[in-house]
Design a protein around this ligand. Structure first.
Ligand code: GDP
Ligand code: IMO
Ligand code: MG
Length: 424
């Protein structure tokens, strides 16, 4: 019987713990497919005392027997991709067998990175604080119909296409009064492209259609988070792709009526890395404690993440936009033992109370915070403490969907599956 695809995505501003959950539930799927973003993502996995950070390659790669697919919606930097492949091969993970790459995925060139930096420098204090991986310029070339795709690597005139795009970028960089990419970067890129060319390149929409028809279970893995979505995030402080569940359709070529579960990943609090509005941000000792205990420093850039209380209207918005059917709550352990825990249940915007995310949250917006009970130490093999159960019940009541997984630490094993559970 034909199977349907599940989608797993971030319900906040990224770094919710998507990588960990994909790794935990991957044995339940035959295919894990990344649908958007690129090396701006950093998905961390921890098992057997080893930490692994993935940027482009899906987080099912450590599970034997799982096929991992980089979908057409992803943008690939061949240099970063090569480093990821080498790091995995060095520890015995044979990605040449288990990894597929869509021919329709777009390529990040060294000059895309230079253009990202130029655009940020031009914006000055209103910069996005992008990861400088060239994400914005690569998606601009995609929608501007100038991009280079993985499938182009198989064409005889690939070099010519590459050169004409680089020339165009160099003219743009000159306009910004910025240098082009250094010669060595170009050489490194052209060498790295060889690895990408040697991978299993597929027409992933057909591959997934066939996989689903033959009853294989597919999990679509998102990057970033709903509030960084190009359409529904806190624009312009967003990334350049659709991070929401609709992005799984366009980023993989799977029709909406083939989606079954949509799993939203969120932290028991909120974080954001980079600029942009953040209504519940804490700039006090509580924020400092969360950053320290939660080790809230970026997996890709090492930047300190901004920390704040859980924002329920924002989470509710994510449930609505994505059609989230169940939630996974991460990092509950980070709030353990905190005397004061608060949650945001609404906002005051220009003196008026609302429980809706407004169009513009850069203006005068105050969170309405409610104090909730805390809880003590958490242990994977024991029942969750009453305080945490009450916190979970409050969230479920507010957003209207169940929390089926609670994460108590970064390790694979520090995971509690609740009623319904994520597994089939
Ligand atoms: P992703 O981008 O959504 O995959 O998330 P990141 O990997 O960027 O950031 C999540 C961080 O939290 C990583 O360092 C994880 O190892 C860690 N982590 C995941 N779940 C938990 C948890 O339940 N508790 C704690 N303390 N850390 C966690
Ligand atoms: P994962 O998948 C957190 C943020 C950047 C910046 C904005 C735009 O690990 O959750 P970009 O380089 O995409 O143009 O940057 O988006 N950002 C992320 N924040 N987690 C991520 O990915 C992110 N990817 C991009 O910090 O504010
Ligand atoms: Mg991350």
């Amino acid at each position: 019987m034909a199977a349907r695809m599940d989608v797993l995505l971030g319900a906040q501003w990224g770094d919710e713990g998507k990588g960990k959950v994909v790794d935990v539930i991957a044995p339940d799927y035959e295919v894990i497919a990344r649908f958007q973003g690129g090396p701006n993502a950093g998905h961390t996995l921890l098992f057997e005392g080893q930490k692994h950070v993935l940027h482009t390659i899906p987080s099912g790669v450590f599970r034997t027997g799982t096929v991992n697919l980089v979908g057409n919606g992803v943008v690939i930097d061949p240099i970063i991709f090569l480093k990821e492949v080498n790091a995995l091969m060095a520890i015995g993970v044979d990605v040449r067998e288990s990894l597929l790459v869509s021919r329709r995925a777009h390529l990040i060139l060294p000059t895309h990175r230079a253009l990202d930096a130029a655009s940020e420098a031009e914006k000055g204090s209103s910069k996005i604080s992008s990861t400088l991986k060239g994400i914005g310029p690569t998606y601009m070339d995609k929608t501007g119909r100038n991009g280079l795709r993985v499938g182009d690597l198989e064409l005889p005139d690939f070099k010519g296409r590459f050169r004409s795009l680089v020339n165009k970028h160099e003219r743009l960089l000159a306009m910004y009064d910025r240098p082009g990419a250094p010669k060595e970067a170009e050489e490194e890129w052209l060498a790295a492209v060889q690895t990408l060319r040697s991978m299993k390149l597929v027409d992933s929409e057909h591959y997934l259609d066939q996989a689903l028809r033959s009853g294989k279970r597919v999990l679509a893995e998102g990057a970033q988070g709903t509030l960084l979505d190009i359409d529904f995030g806190t624009y312009p402080f967003v990334t350049s792709s659709n991070t929401i569940s609709a992005g799984a359709c366009t980023g993989l070529g799977v029709a909406p009526n083939r989606i079954e579960k949509v799993v939203g990943i969120f932290k028991a609090y909120c974080t954001r890395v980079g600029s942009g509005p953040f209504p519940t941000e804490l700039e006090d000792a509580d924020g400092e404690q969360i950053r320290k205990v939660g080790q809230e420093f970026g997996s890709t850039t090492g930047r300190p993440r901004r920390c704040g209380w859980l924002d329920l209207p924002a989470l509710h918005y994510a449930v609505m936009i994505n059609g989230i059917t169940e939630l996974a709550m991460m990092k509950s352990d980070v709030l353990s033992g905190m005397e004061r825990i608060k949650v945001c249940t609404g906002y005051t915007v220009n003196g008026t109370a609302t429980d809706r995310m407004p169009y513009d949250i850069t203006g005068r917006i105050e969170p309405i915070l409610e104090k909730v009970d805390g809880w003590g130490e958490l242990h994977t093999n024991e029942a969750l403490p009453d305080g945490l159960e009450r916190y979970i019940a409050l969230i479920e009541r507010y957003v209207g969907v169940p929390i089926t997984l609670v994460s108590l630490g970064p390790d694979r094993a520090q995971t509690v599956l609740r009623q319904g559970t994520l597994v089939h």
